[in-house]
Ligand binder design. Structure first.
Ligand code: FAD
Length: 295
């Protein structure tokens, strides 16, 4: 099912993200984690795609298994920075044949030492979106950055390129993780002011261990509000307390976003079913299940 059709029926949505196997997790372990997350009845689940690493082979396989075996609508990510134009075509055909209707079209981070831009590959997500549009009847999403993309000189420039990206045929946007809802609301106001009117899913990553901080910083540079920094300072060396504090912070953040009328919440669940379960338990009665099921 296309995400834009899910939004027609139910808004706000709640979705989860998983990543394909890597050195620490086998395909079987990833699928077992996905099955445990599926119990929470997210409206859909997304599967990431390695920009340059060895994870790309399984993205389509996992996205189609989510739909076929777990009954969860899925979205497959696709990056173009290290995937040449012919490969993009082949992957789009593979997706179509596997019944995948949703694609998150991304550039990916430019690997160190890579020849970029190169005539063999699309330089920006906007070009990838144009190509995917021409390859099938996909519902296409793209990434956006409430604190600005790290390579952008400023937020204004980033939003101008985002407008181009949306005009190329993007149906919705998902934000990079953020921890300050006011910042998201200001960003959304600016997007709407620029004529970017597609649905925007708020990306939430529960901060459940101090070791995640380095990763969050390298992935997004997201600013931590004083209140969250204090929690980390206080509970960093107590794993259970840090987990609980991170879940409660994320749940409060989500409740506030829902109260502001957000289109959807996308949870960076990072293949951790226990995080998905604890978060959904904290949101019981606040978020509604997929297809009128019981949560
Ligand atoms: P683009 O939209 O191409 O933007 C990249 C930079 O170029 C920005 O600074 C933008 O302002 C600028 N720009 C855009 N268009 C132009 C133009 N025409 N001329 C000049 N400058 C321009 N990475 C992965 O490897 N795999 C994943 O599965 C993955 N999933 C993600 C999911 C979400 C929701 C998010 C927010 C990020 C994800 N990423 C993923 C990370 C993403 O690939 C990186 O942030 C990457 O650096 C940028 O990708 P993009 O699609 O936003 O690029």
């Amino acid at each position: 099912m296309k995400i834009k059709d899910i939004l027609e029926k139910k808004r706000p949505t709640v979705s989860f993200e998983i990543f394909p196997p890597n050195a620490r997790m086998s395909l079987g372990q990833v699928m077992a984690a996905a099955a445990r997350m599926a119990v929470q009845e997210p409206d859909f689940m997304s599967v990431t795609y390695g920009a340059a690493g060895g994870t790309k082979a399984n993205t389509v396989k996992i996205a189609s298994a989510l739909q076929d075996y777990l009954g969860i609508p899925s979205i497959a990510h696709l990056t173009c920075v290290a995937t040449d134009k012919e490969q993009v075509k082949a992957i789009a055909v593979e997706m179509r044949e596997a019944g995948i209707e949703n694609v998150l079209a991304l550039r990916g981070d430019v690997p160190a030492g890579m020849d970029y831009p190169s005539p063999e590959r699309y330089a920006h997500a906007s070009e990838l979106i144009t190509e995917i549009r021409s390859l099938g009847d996909f519902c296409i999403g793209a990434a956006c950055y409430p604190e600005g993309h790290p390579e952008s000189p400023d937020l204004e420039t980033d939003i101008c390129y985002l407008k181009e990206k949306v005009d190329c045929g993007c149906d919705f946007l998902t934000t990079q993780m953020f921890y300050d809802n006011d910042l998201f609301r200001e960003y959304l106001y600016r997007l709407r002011g620029k004529g970017i009117n597609v649905p925007v899913f708020a990306g939430i990553m529960p901060l459940t261990s101090a070791s995640q901080l380095k990763r969050i910083d390298s992935l997004s540079g997201a600013r931590l509000p004083e209140r969250l920094s204090r929690m980390v300072g206080r509970f960093a060396d107590q794993p259970e307390a840090m987990m609980q504090a991170g879940i409660v912070y994320a749940a409060e953040q989500i409740i506030d976003l829902l109260a502001s009328g957000v289109d959807g919440i996308h949870v960076y669940t990072m293949n951790r079913p226990e995080v998905a379960a604890r978060l959904m338990e904290s949101l019981k009665g606040v978020v509604t299940p997929r297809d009128g099921g019981k949560r």
